[in-house]
Design a protein around this ligand. Structure first.
Ligand code: 2HG
Ligand code: ZN
Length: 455
C-alpha cells in the first residue's frame, strides 16, 4: 500500500510519510505491539474523512482512527501498510447551548478543553480521568471511557446526546441531534459508542453538560484487608453521595512515591488505601462513617483534605499510579464484576495470583466503587517483554475464567483493542459476537476500519 491512495483526499501538507509522524501517530500507550503505518492523514473536515474512506475502500487500505493515543489496549496501533487518520485538526468547539445544556464539538477536542469550555459557560462536563489533558472526546466516545467519577456520573455513553459519524461505507450519519427523548427505533448512536473505530469515524459529538457540583472533599483511608474495602464502601454509601470511591495497594502507592509524584498520606503504611470524594456539605456524616469504620477495624487511619491543594495532592496518589508503573511495562487487566460480587471475586483472584504465580508482583488499584479493578502484573526485570507477555497470556485465561464465572467484564473501561481481542469470548457469548460481526459487515463491508481490533 502507498500513500498515493490518498493524494486527492487532502492537501499534500496533511499527508505525512516522514518517520517522525509514522512513529508518533502509529501507536497508543501500549508497547508490546509493532506499529508500522505507511501514512498519517490529518483531515480537517467531515468531507475529507469521507474522501479518505472512499479511497481506502477503492484500494483496500486499512484505516486506523487516532485521537489522543492514550489508550491502553492497542486500539490505535497501526499495522503494516495501514493508514493512520488523526482527528487532531478537527478540534473546534462548534456550539454551546446553556438552555439545552449541550456542547457540540469536533472529535479532536481534548477532554480538558471540553471541561474548561463547560466551566466558562457555568456548566460542568463530569467524565474525568488522569489522561484528560491529552485524550480526545472522539476517542473517549469510541472507547466509552469511564474514569474516576463513574460512581456518580456514569460513563461517556451517558453524556452523548448526538453523534456524527462517517461509516466504513463513507455514509455520514447524524444521530439523535441532541434530543432528550427520541423513541424512533434502534438508537444507532449507542452502536458507535465503544465500537473502537471498527464501525465508523466519530467526527462530531454533542455532549450533555451538568450543573457544577458543590465544593468537594477527599478522604484517604488506610484499609488493612482487600475485603474491608467493600465494608468501607457500604458504610459510606449509606451515609453520603460519593463522587468517587477508588482504591490502591501499598505496592502501587510505593511506585508513585518512588517517582516523586506524591507524599505518603500517613506515617504508617497500610496494605490498602481507599480514596473517597464527596460533597463538602456532607462532612459531618462522613466523619461519623469514618468513626464507624475505625470502630469496626475496617479502616485504621484517615486524612481528610482541608484545602483544594491538599485535595489535588491526595488525588495525585491515585491518578499517578498508571504513569508511575509505565516504565515497568506491566500487563494490564481492567476487569469488572457486579459490586455484590466484588468481595468474593477479590478473594478468588488474590488466591489465584498468590498461589499459582507467587513470583510475580501485582499492583492493585482501581475504581472499586464501580466493581472495576485494575490489576497490573509487573514485569520481572529478568524477563524480556515478549517472554513476559507470553507468560501473561497463560495467566489471563485463568483470571478471565474467574471473571466469566461471575458474568463479569474482561475490559471494564480500556476497551478490547488488540490486547484483549483473543479473550473476548470470556465476556461475550458466541451469539453476541456473531451479531457484532454482522454489524461490522453492515457498516464496514470491506473491513477497512481499524482492522484486527476488537473482533
Ligand atoms: C486508571 O484508572 C486508568 O488509572 C489506567 O484507567 C489504569 O493503567 C491502568 O491500568
Ligand atoms: Zn481506570
Amino acid at each position: 500500500m502507498t500513500a498515493a491512495t490518498f493524494n486527492n483526499c487532502l492537501p499534500a501538507a496533511r499527508i505525512r510519510t516522514d518517520d517522525e509522524a509514522l512513529v508518533r501517530y502509529g501507536r497508543d500507550r501500549t508497547t508490546s505491539f509493532v506499529a508500522d503505518p505507511c501514512v498519517v492523514l490529518l483531515p480537517e473536515t467531515t468531507d475529507e474523512v469521507v474522501r479518505i474512506v472512499e479511497a481506502a475502500n477503492r484500494d483496500r487500505v486499512g484505516l486506523v482512527p487516532s485521537g489522543g493515543r492514550t489508550g491502553l489496549s492497542g486500539g490505535a496501533v497501526a499495522g503494516t501498510g495501514q493508514a493512520v487518520v488523526s482527528l487532531e485538526r478537527m478540534n473546534r468547539v462548534l456550539e454551546i447551548s446553556a438552555a439545552d445544556r449541550l456542547v457540540t464539538c469536533q472529535a479532536g477536542v481534548i477532554t480538558q478543553v471540553l471541561q474548561a469550555t463547560a466551566e466558562q459557560a457555568g456548566l460542568f462536563y463530569p467524565v474525568d480521568f488522569a489522561s484528560s489533558g491529552s485524550s480526545f472526546i472522539g476517542g473517549n466516545i469510541a472507547t466509552n471511557a469511564g474514569g474516576i467519577r463513574v460512581i456518580r456520573y456514569g460513563m461517556t455513553r451517558d453524556w452523548v446526546a448526538g453523534l456524527k459519524v462517517v461509516t466504513g461505507t463513507g455514509d455520514v450519519l447524524d444521530l439523535n441531534h441532541g434530543l432528550v427523548k427520541n423513541n424512533t427505533g434502534y438508537d444507532l448512536r449507542h452502536l458507535f459508542i465503544g465500537s473502537e473505530g471498527t464501525l465508523g469515524f466519530v467526527v462530531e459529538a454533542t455532549m450533555r453538560l451538568a450543573r457544577p457540583p458543590e465544593a468537594q472533599r477527599v478522604l484517604v483511608l488506610a484499609v488493612p484487608r482487600l475485603d474491608d474495602l467493600m465494608r468501607v464502601l457500604e458504610t459510606f454509601q449509606s451515609a453520603v453521595d460519593l463522587s468517587a470511591f477508588e482504591f490502591f495497594s501499598e505496592l502501587a502507592l510505593g511506585r508513585v512515591l518512588a517517582h516523586g509524584r506524591g507524599q505518603r498520606p500517613f506515617a504508617t503504611p497500610s496494605p490498602f488505601y481507599a480514596l473517597l470524594e464527596f460533597d463538602a456539605s456532607a462532612d459531618d456524616k462522613a466523619v461519623t462513617a469514618f468513626e464507624a469504620c475505625i470502630a469496626a477495624n475496617v479502616a485504621t487511619d484517615g486524612v481528610l483534605s482541608q484545602s483544594d491543594a491538599q485535595m489535588q495532592s491526595l488525588w495525585a496518589l491515585r491518578e499517578n499510579i498508571s504513569e508511575s508503573l509505565a516504565q515497568e511495562k506491566p500487563y494490564k487487566n481492567d476487569i469488572a464484576v457486579r459490586i455484590s460480587d466484588v468481595p468474593d471475586f477479590l478473594r478468588e483472584v488474590d488466591t489465584l495470583v498468590k498461589s499459582r504465580y507467587p513470583d510475580v508482583e501485582v499492583a492493585w488499584y482501581g475504581h472499586i466503587g464501580d466493581g472495576n479493578l485494575h490489576l497490573n502484573i509487573l514485569k520481572p526485570a529478568a524477563l524480556s517483554e515478549p517472554e513476559f507477555v507470553d507468560r501473561c497470556h497463560h495467566i489471563s485465561p485463568e483470571l478471565f475464567a474467574l471473571v466469566q464465572a461471575r458474568n463479569g467484564s474482561i475490559s471494564a473501561e480500556h476497551g478490547v483493542g488488540l490486547l484483549k481481542r483473543d479473550f473476548l469470548g470470556y465476556s461475550r457469548a458466541p451469539e453476541e459476537i456473531a451479531a457484532m460481526r454482522a454489524m461490522k459487515t453492515l457498516f464496514d463491508p470491506n473491513g477497512i476500519l481499524n482492522p484486527g481490533k476488537l473482533l
